[in-house]
Design a protein around this ligand. Structure first.
Ligand SMILES: Cc1cc2nc3c(=O)[nH]c(=O)nc-3n(C[C@H](O)[C@H](O)[C@H](O)COP(=O)(O)OP(=O)(O)OC[C@H]3O[C@@H](n4cnc5c(N)ncnc54)[C@H](O)[C@@H]3O)c2cc1C
Length: 565
């Protein structure tokens, strides 16, 4: 009896050690800190200090708040009418939602986006995402797309004011944005949109129609696709419009029908909305509107989406790692079981590779935006973002699932760790901004329309050339040559077979790009005698680049040990 009690107490003690690990600073991750150093050599000490501070907030305050406002009893609701019966359609959030917002926006990440660039903004967004979607990450991505477009277009009444409010770092006074494309008949196929816009005078339009999925329904500003001419079908007839939630101090003309009861991202309000003549400004000309939607709004949302799921996995990985160190099963901490170790090594290697790839893409995007690089770079960026939105979402859901497997029974329990919530949030992100097939098919179309495969091959070739001296890159050259041949076969096939083949092509492109960008960071990290990323690179190559089965030998065991421990 005494022995049994001791065993129970011991297990409880080790689980409480695990619980206290949950509060470790989210920024205390040497690989992530290296990425920050790699990209911000000039401003490193300032950004490092800000991230140090924010990383602490993420685990100690933001995550507990997100856990709280995700509880079924604390989800958002619509307050339909004010006391005198006027329709107000207010979204009421739990107070912890407001508190969480204050913590994230206080970092000034959207001001950073507007003035310093994407990379700096995403460095904070990556940490914010470790608390899951947290009710705020979708609105941040939407606001980011809106800021990007507003910065590009000609002045219109209120533009500067909107930009100022969207970049305000105080959640009590700022504006947030939303983007509504999807209608019941057209999610992926937006060409079927029927919501329309009628011009009232000059640039003032009225919007009519129903949007089926409207996230951040309580936003201050909505970007919406609407048909500027109902006679023009397809995406050619779609324009982009900005609807302020309030028009001249009064509620604009729209009605929240109901909130969606969702599997994940639960503390963020997603509604069905009827637009009943809402006042709006047209954004860009008739022809420009849909280009802004694709090249700026969706493009940026996809990039944010990728960072968001990678952040969630990083958090899940640290939780699973800590659990594996503390949980004793069959008299041994489970971290000592090679199968547990291998599972963790795989998650870490893939996640690290994708983080390197997305940061490299954000840097290229900043360079492109600042220096107006070639049209080819713009097409390359379109491809890289689509690739990574797809690949990160595909793997990340599986990664969090694998982390839950490490915690087994306790992994299923909502009050034990945030893993169940992370899994649910990640699943929603997988669907947002284009499903896997839609992204595969987008790349498919771009290959034939813009020859983006050729742009990609030339880019990878040049990048490998820069590090050609290093022996680790040889395997990438082999993979590149193989991909080039595969693309030749692909181009010669009939259309249905090409459609099947595209999955392999897209996957190979993603693997090669991630491996390359991970290697570039690893070589830099290696200068300070850390092989952490190099080990992840070797492992990533074993899974995705080498054309042979993994050899389960001593070297393999040592490699997975080095990656995890
Ligand atoms: C919680 C939540 C919030 C959302 N918030 C917003 C929002 O704020 N604004 C907004 O505009 N939208 C929003 N959406 C909608 C979301 O972006 C869409 O659900 C998504 O784009 C997919 O569209 P769909 O659901 O209509 O799927 P469908 O287009 O009906 O696709 C169904 C299936 O068919 C596959 N498929 C489609 N086309 C092809 C093809 N050519 N080849 C092969 N397979 C194909 C898809 O991959 C998918 O598996 C939200 C969705 C959710 C779940």
């Amino acid at each position: 009896m005494k022995n049994k009690n001791n065993a129970r107490k011991k297990a409880q003690r080790s689980l409480s050690d695990f619980e206290s690990d949950l509060y470790k600073n989210a920024y205390h991750d040497s690989d992530y800190q290296h990425t920050i150093k790699f990209y911000f050599s000039n401003h490193f000490s300032r950004i490092h200090a800000e991230l140090e501070n924010f990383g602490n907030e993420v685990t100690n305050r933001l995550e507990p708040l997100a856990n709280e406002n995700n509880l079924s009893c604390n989800l958002p609701r619509i307050e339909k009418y004010n006391p005198v019966g006027e329709c107000i359609d207010h979204i009421i959030h739990h107070p912890t939602y407001e508190e969480a917002g204050k913590i994230i926006y206080k970092t000034g990440l959207l001001k950073k986006l507007a003035h310093s660039g994407l990379l700096e903004c995403l460095s904070f967004f990556f940490l914010a995402s470790q608390a899951g979607e947290a009710g705020h990450n979708c609105p941040i991505a939407c606001s980011a797309g809106m800021i990007r477009v507003l910065q590009k277009i000609a002045p219109f009444p209120g533009k500067d004011y909107y930009l100022e409010r969207l970049t305000d770092h105080d959640f009590a006074t700022n504006f947030t944005g939303a983007q509504f494309l999807t209608e019941i008949q057209g999610g992926s196929d937006v060409a079927l949109n029927t919501t329309y816009a009628l011009q009232e005078k000059d640039n003032i339009w009225r919007i009519y129609g129903e949007k089926w999925f409207c996230s951040n329904a309580g936003a201050d500003l909505f970007f919406i696709t609407a048909r500027f001419d109902q006679e023009i079908s397809g995406t050619k007839g779609l324009g982009l419009f900005l609807i302020p939630a309030k028009w001249q101090g009064n509620k604009n003309h729209f009605m929240l029908r109901r909130l969606k009861n969702k599997i994940g991202t639960r503390s963020m309000a997603t509604a069905e909305i009827d637009f009943q003549g809402a006042y709006a400004f047209q954004i860009g000309s008739n022809e420009e509107g849909f280009h802004f939607v694709m090249n700026d709004v969706l493009h940026l949302s996809r990039l944010f989406n990728a960072v968001c799921v990678l952040g969630m996995v990083r958090r899940a990985y640290h939780i699973a790692l800590s659990y594996a160190k503390h949980r004793v099963v069959f008299s041994s901490p489970i971290i000592h079981y090679p199968l547990v170790l291998e599972n963790l090594a795989r998650i870490k290697s893939e996640n690290t590779a994708m983080i390197s790839a997305i940061f490299a893409t954000a840097k290229l995007q900043d360079d492109h935006d600042k220096n107006k690089l070639s049209n080819e770079t713009s097409l390359l960026l379109r491809l890289l973002v689509n690739l990574q939105k797809y690949f990160s979402a595909l793997l990340s859901f599986d990664h969090i699932h694998r982390c839950i497997d490490v915690l087994a029974g306790n992994g299923m329990i909502e009050t034990f760790s945030p893993l169940p919530r992370l899994l649910r949030d990640c699943m929603v992100c997988e669907n947002w901004e284009g499903t896997h097939n839609v992204l595969r098919m987008q790349i498919f179309k771009d290959i034939f329309k813009y020859n983006i495969d050729k742009i990609y091959l030339a880019f990878i070739h040049d990048e490998i050339k820069k590090i050609q001296q290093c022996q680790q890159s040889h395997i990438l050259i082999k993979k590149l040559n193989m991909l080039e041949k595969e693309l030749q076969h692909f181009r010669q096939k009939e259309i249905d077979l090409q459609t099947l083949h595209i999955r392999f092509i897209v996957d190979s492109m993603a693997h090669l790009y991630c491996a390359l960008k991970l290697l570039i960071e690893a070589l830099d990290q290696n200068k300070s005698s850390s092989t952490s990323k190099l080990d992840c690179y070797y492992y990533f190559c074993k899974i995705y680049i080498e054309e042979k089965h993994v050899q389960y030998d001593k070297d393999y065991l040592q490699l997975i040990n080095r990656i995890v421990l």
